[in-house]
Ligand binder design. Structure first.
Ligand code: GDP
Ligand code: IMO
Ligand code: MG
Length: 429
């Protein structure tokens, strides 16, 4: 298979950025296809740490990097992220970076609305990243978005602004906010237009050309399957489809383009924001894993909730997203534990479930059924070969593989790019 699609198989932050960066040297193009700058992907290369929210992780290796139409793009954030990376010595120019000209924009009014709604929602709040992702996707589907290509036609934006403001002014009034300041919005857009337009193009055409030349494309998912708008823990989800199929529709290629689907899976579970989390640990083991794993959000700095590995949700994610193989990350964080637990099923009202039921109340009420395994005292940190893993860590990996009914292709043993064990090369499979 020529192409690889990387997706998160839990609630995000599985280590997608590290794996995409590692695979990027084998790819000819890296494409983001959904989400926006709600993502936070951390890459560690030697002494340098790169934190990317919007740019594809391939940009750090200089691989052609593309933002597809399925992404929602905050143009001001784009500029600041590019400047930050350039400050770290990364080269970004129209030769190695392109943005789909049909990509919808995230505007300041989207961020406002995200915050106003979260504040008003009280105990029902989702715990969003506050970056305007949901409102921007709503405007896309509501056919009132301003898109990248509109930046070249700002003098004829009036009908679109009428449509956009008719919607937002009514909502803003409900929150006691003044109507949209149209002049200011237009001025802001005029100020950023040229910067964005230098990278804008019909990327489906560029990708078609790249593909025809036999190049390998690496699709970089953001968030995770449990945050998918259809398949996730609704309503505690993000506003895009995070599953692998979106790689095609979110970049302008047909469904066969997705190729090998590599699910990124953390060796335990984390979640940031509200919503059900059956294996959550609110004891000292959870605290220890959170500290060892540096489980703080890249985007908001919030402490991530931590729990045991949940084989039920990962098996479900792999099935829903057609995962070919997984990369198991952060196994080193489990080093030194006397025992490790894996959730193999749920109990709910005297029934046993081998899947995560759809209703939010059931998801919150399920009791995990655990299998306990012996831990390992030896260190796995930095291991680069499967033979270097202690016997009990090998048993843990093999048990996970069995329970999720999906093979392990890679194991990651530290944040560092090269501390990665390759068992099957996804580009060769
Ligand atoms: P992403 O959103 O899926 O790209 O993941 P994040 O970057 O938000 O969070 C993953 C965190 O774990 C980052 O700080 C990575 O540097 C780090 N990380 C990735 N793989 C490993 C690993 O195998 N071991 C350890 N200890 N840390 C890792
Ligand atoms: P990466 O790509 C973890 C979560 C938020 C919130 C919910 C909705 O780094 O894995 P949104 O701002 O998208 O409307 O928030 O989704 N969330 C993430 N959690 N990793 C992410 O991205 C996330 N992106 C959004 O915390 O619960
Ligand atoms: Mg992240």
């Amino acid at each position: 298979m020529a192409n690889v699609t990387v997706i998160g198989a839990q609630w995000g932050d599985e280590g997608k950025g590290k794996i995409v960066d590692w695979l990027a040297s084998r790819a000819d193009a890296v494409v983001r296809f959904q989400g926006g700058h709600n993502a936070g992907h951390t890459l560690v290369v030697g002494d340098t740490t790169y934190k990317l929210s919007l740019l594809p992780s391939g940009i750090v290796t200089g691989t052609l990097s593309i933002i597809g139409n399925g992404v929602v793009l905050d143009p001001w954030h784009l500029k600041s992220e590019i400047e930050k990376l350039e400050g770290q010595g990364v080269t970004i120019n129209p030769d190695n970076f392109a943005i789909a000209d049909n990509c919808p924009l995230i505007l300041p009014i989207h961020r406002d609305l995200d915050g106003l709604r979260e504040t008003a929602a009280g105990s029902g709040k989702i715990g969003t990243t506050g970056r305007g992702i949901g409102p921007a996707y709503e405007d896309k589907v509501g056919r009132r978005a301003i898109r990248v290509c509109d930046l070249a036609h700002l003098d004829s934006l009036e009908p679109q602004l009428d449509r956009l403001c008719a919607h937002h002014d009514a909502l803003r009034a409900g929150f006691d906010q003044p109507p949209v300041d149209r002049e200011r919005l237009l001025d802001d857009l005029r100020g950023i237009a040229d910067f964005v337009l230098q990278f804008a193009q019909p990327v489906w055409k560029r990708l078609k050309k790249v593909r025809k030349a036999g190049a390998k494309i690496l699709f970089e998912g953001a968030q995770g399957v449990l945050l998918d708008i259809d398949h996730g823990t609704y309503p505690f989800v993000t506003s895009s489809n995070t599953v692998s199929g979106t790689a095609a529709s979110g970049s302008g290629l047909g469904p066969s383009a997705t190729g090998y689907v590599l699910g990124i899976v953390k060796a335990y579970t984390t979640r940031v924001g509200s919503g059900p989390f059956p294996t959550e640990l609110e004891d000292e083991i959870g605290q220890r894993l959170g500290e060892r794993g540096h489980e703080f959000g890249t985007v908001t700095g919030r402490q991530r909730r931590v729990g045991w590995f949940d084989a039920v949700i990962v098996r479900q994610s792999c099935a829903i997203s057609g995962v070919t193989g997984i990369a198991l990350t952060k196994i080193d964080v489990l080093d030194g534990l006397d025992e490790v637990k894996i959730c193999t099923g749920y109990r709910l009202r005297n029934n046993v479930y081998d899947y995560f039921p759809s209703h939010a109340a059931d998801q919150a009420a399920v009791e995990p059924i655990y299998e306990t395994m012996e831990g390992w005292k030896e260190s796995t940190a930095g291991a680069r070969s499967f033979a270097d893993l202690p016997a009990n860590a090998v048993k843990y990996v093999q048990r996970i593989q069995e329970l999720i009914e999906t093979p392990v292709a890679l194991v990651s043993t530290s944040p560092e790019r090269d501390d990665t064990i390759l068992m099957r090369d996804p580009f060769m499979d």
